[in-house]
Design a protein around this ligand. Structure first.
Ligand code: ADP
Length: 454
């Protein structure tokens, strides 16, 4: 059978791989898009530089032409300004042309540079310096041819750059679309794996729940047969034991004093042992009856039950001169007979394990969340904390039979009754400082939300 780990691990790995893949694709897409964007920005700047270059060339040419036509040096100002800006603009274009996307404009830039240099040397400089007649038609005609060449290089380069810019912006769009598609696909894959993962988890949970239910049922069956065994065994043992006890008593009565002293003593031991065994078997029977003979839980007036239990103990209360108070107790869900037995055991112990001149026992209740906590507190001999757990075990006693009578079953029965009611039993005590035994019980519908009747 596959374990949860074996089922979940591949899904977890798939999830991790997809998440990692999405992150990697995201980073790659971001890097690619950022890269293309930088190139596109460079192409745009180059386009602007070429535009500027065109303006500069026109300014230069019209400046020289104006001067040639009028002889006014005023026309040379725009020529000079443009002429000064020409080299840095060309240098900037040359740098841009190093970009792998723009190498195709290098030839045009070279053509532009050489035609312009020629115009500068053969046309502009001689005219501006006056070394040749300003209105020399031939020179101006040559100049126009050269400047047309310069302009056509600029325009070709611009077309080239424009094509590159368009291509790059298309690439950016494609890269964005591809990344979005990839991320959408990854998200869908993530969703599918997450759903499968969740299904596997739910299936596994269901399987575990079924396993737990199965085991609980098996445990309950085995507990039930153990309880039945304890009950049947102790019940069936009673009969032969009764025979032994009555015949040994008969033996004692008839032959006591007629055999020797040893025989009398031995018969005494047998009678005593048989009686103790009877008592123990009765106790085991009572203990196992808690679960085999319990009644279904129903609303119970706990205060009335407690008062009845106290009334049953009237003889020992009077004998000890004790004061027993029953506070306001709520209606709870329980088995009335068992709750009576529980309270009677606790109040009985409170009177028994008490050496004060005026024993006092209080039965009280207080709210604890949706439950009630019932306490039986006394001013008796108390119990050292190290024994707090042990006293609830079957046949566990802290005193000899000489000190206090009993078989050590009372508190084990109390705990079993409280367990059967779904509650929790505790003791709060210190040696010599009295004891307080408490247990929780569920209230009835009404008392869960109201205070106990006063
Ligand atoms: P039993 O009374 O037959 O000995 P229990 O199961 O009722 O058996 O009690 C177990 C032990 O717990 C007792 O032997 C006693 O030492 C201790 N005990 C029970 N109730 C009290 C109490 N109210 N005060 C002090 N000790 C107690």
């Amino acid at each position: 059978m596959k374990t949860l780990r074996a089922r979940i691990e591949p899904s977890t790995m798939a999830l991790a791989a997809i998440v990692l893949g999405t992150i990697v694709v995201g980073i790659l897409a971001y890097a690619v898009i950022a890269n293309i964007r930088t190139d596109a920005r460079l192409a745009n700047n180059t386009r602007l530089d070429l535009q500027t270059m065109l303006v500069l060339v026109v300014d230069e040419e019209t400046g020289v032409r104006g001067f040639a036509a009028t002889g006014s040096r005023l026309f040379l100002d725009p020529y000079r300004a443009a002429n000064r800006r020409f080299p840095p603009t060309l240098a900037s274009l040359n740098v841009s042309a190093q970009n792998p996307n723009l190498t195709s404009i290098q030839d045009d830039l070279e053509g532009l540079r050489s035609s312009h240099a020629l115009w500068e040397a053969d046309v502009a400089t001689p005219i501006v310096n006056g070394t040749t007649p300003a209105d020399s038609d031939k020179r101006l005609k040559d100049g126009k041819v050269l400047m047309d060449r310069v302009r056509s290089h600029i325009n070709e380069a611009r077309d080239e750059v424009e094509a590159v810019a368009n291509r790059l912006s298309l690439e950016v769009q494609q890269a964005i679309i591809v990344s979005i598609l990839a991320i959408v696909l990854m998200t869908i894959a993530l969703g599918i794996v997450a759903v499968r993962f969740e299904h596997a988890r739910l299936r596994e949970e269901q399987r575990l729940r079924e396993q737990v239910d199965e085991r609980n049922a098996a445990l309950e069956r085995s507990n039930q047969s153990l309880r039945e065994f304890a009950y049947v065994a102790s019940h069936d043992l009673q009969e032969p034991l009764r025979t032994i006890a009555s015949f040994t008593e008969l033996l004692q009565k008839r032959y006591g004093g007629r055999l020797d002293a040893d025989a009398d003593e031995f018969i005494g031991f047998v009678v005593d042992g048989a009686k103790r065994m009877q008592q123990l078997i009765d106790d085991v029977l009572e203990y196992s009856r808690v679960s085999t003979h319990g009644k279904p839980l129903a609303p119970v007036d706990l205060e009335a039950v407690a008062r009845r239990s106290v009334a049953n103990l009237r003889a020992s209360i009077e004998e000890r001169g004790a004061e027993v108070t029953v506070g306001s107790l709520p209606h709870v869900m329980g088995d009335e007979i068992q709750l009576g037995q529980l309270l009677q055991n606790l109040v009985g112990n409170a009177l028994k394990y008490n050496r004060s001149a005026r024993p006092r026992v209080d039965v009280t209740a207080r709210r604890e969340g949706r439950d009630w906590r019932i306490a039986v507190s006394d001013n008796g001999i108390g119990i050292a904390p190290e024994y707090h757990e042990r006293i609830f075990r079957i046949f566990s006693r802290l005193h000899t039979r000489g000190e206090y009578g009993g078989t050590g079953i009372g508190l084990a029965i109390c705990k079993r009754i409280v367990d059967r009611h779904g509650g929790r039993m505790t003791v709060d005590s210190e040696e010599g400082k009295g004891a307080s035994f408490a247990f929780s019980l569920a209230g009835t519908e009404e008392t869960t939300w109201q205070s106990p009747a006063t």
